[in-house]
Ligand binder design. Sequence first.
Ligand SMILES: Nc1nc2c(c(=O)[nH]1)N[C@H]1C(S)=C(S)[C@@H](COP(=O)(O)OP(=O)(O)OC[C@H]3O[C@@H](n4cnc5c(N)ncnc54)[C@H](O)[C@@H]3O)O[C@H]1N2
Ligand code: MOO
Length: 395
Amino acid sequence: MTRPDFPMHVTVQEARAHLAVLLPVPPPETLPLLQAHGRTLAADLPALVSHPSATESALDGIAAREADTQDACPAAPVWLRVVGESRAGLPFVGVVGPGECVRIYTGAPLPPGTDAICPVEQLSGEGDRVALRRPARPGDVRAEGGDFLAGAVVLRAGVLLTPARLALAAALGHAQVPVRRRRRVALLATGDEVVPPGQPLRPGQVYDANSVGLHALLAECGCEVVPLGHAPDSPEALAASLEQAGGADLLLSSGGVSMGKYDFLRDLLLARGEVSFWKVRMRPGGPALLGRWNGLPVFGLPGNPVSSLVVFGVIVRPVLTGQAPPTLRLRAATPFAALPDKTAFWRAILQDGAAHDYGAQGSGILRSLSEAQALVVVPQGQPVAAGEEVEVLLL
Ligand SMILES: Nc1nc2c(c(=O)[nH]1)N[C@H]1C(S)=C(S)[C@@H](COP(=O)(O)OP(=O)(O)OC[C@H]3O[C@@H](n4cnc5c(N)ncnc54)[C@H](O)[C@@H]3O)O[C@H]1N2
Ligand code: MOO
């Protein structure tokens, strides 16, 4: 091959950057909260109210003046007069004076004049007289605005709307939120030998595992998947499949990007498309290819199932979601080998807070990905000895 006019053997970070250039940020739309799960927030969200909206009790008990109760102990309880009740949603009206208290419940506003809580477990007495076996504590209240204050920006544009963030958006007072439109991703498997599961397998064939795993991963990223099925190993059939993806933001394919005679996705993009990069300095997944076909961004994942899913997780998912993959630093329980020219992402079992080499690291061993919990990241040329700390990506 003559010297190519596109980058080859890029780093993982460079590969992500190239993909981000081809995938502009989708336009915003407004959705009701329940439909926004998994979407990216398109604008900063301010709190429309403070939470808690008033200083309130964190316990069921009585609200009193701390100073009145300082000497309370089991041998000499302090007696107070009960002058009313404060319930969540139904606050006490009036001011509590010296020697007085109010029965209060978790989440109820602290009545004026009180500053501390004593829980029911420390109380006795009946009617309007109550005895405290220990002092009321100011720490058992939740301060007004202790979670967030009205007007503060609490959720930032760009975050992924997880269940906890949707709950927070509701607590901020928003019934609907501005989010990024879902990306449409066309999904294509390539290879004469690849057949959908559910039919008998003839000699030399393999069930299409990649499309199923990638479809689920895309759905997890909040994408709308356009399944294009499967294209056999012929340039014409492959070109026809690429044409079917019109309107998609991205075409994600698996297979046909390495060095073989029948790796036609590579040939098509190299000869008749545009190439952003070919080959990434990582294993598994080295042969990955990014380019465009008539303006449509095409990410060619390698055919080996482990390579396909790992490249998705390490390069494609962070760009689609705008979130860096979650990483940890853990102790390596076993050694992890380094490669001289690439970063290795070795499958690992996490046990007792340490990372253990999964063992079978072949890119066709799909079972390993379902049994491993993490990928240990070994930088190029820097082997990890047992006992050292390693960076771990969670699967
Ligand atoms: N001479 C070289 N050969 C290979 C190299 C290399 O650098 N020099 N790289 C190897 C690496 S690394 C990988 S990864 C594979 C990737 O090759 P392709 O992307 O061209 O993939 P295929 O050849 O089409 O398939 C590889 C393998 O995966 C199976 N496969 C394909 N699609 C699916 C699917 N949808 N579901 C399940 N399994 C699938 C296919 O049957 C092959 O067994 O190239 C190495 N070769
Ligand atoms: O890197 Mo390939 O992705 O080893 O099988």
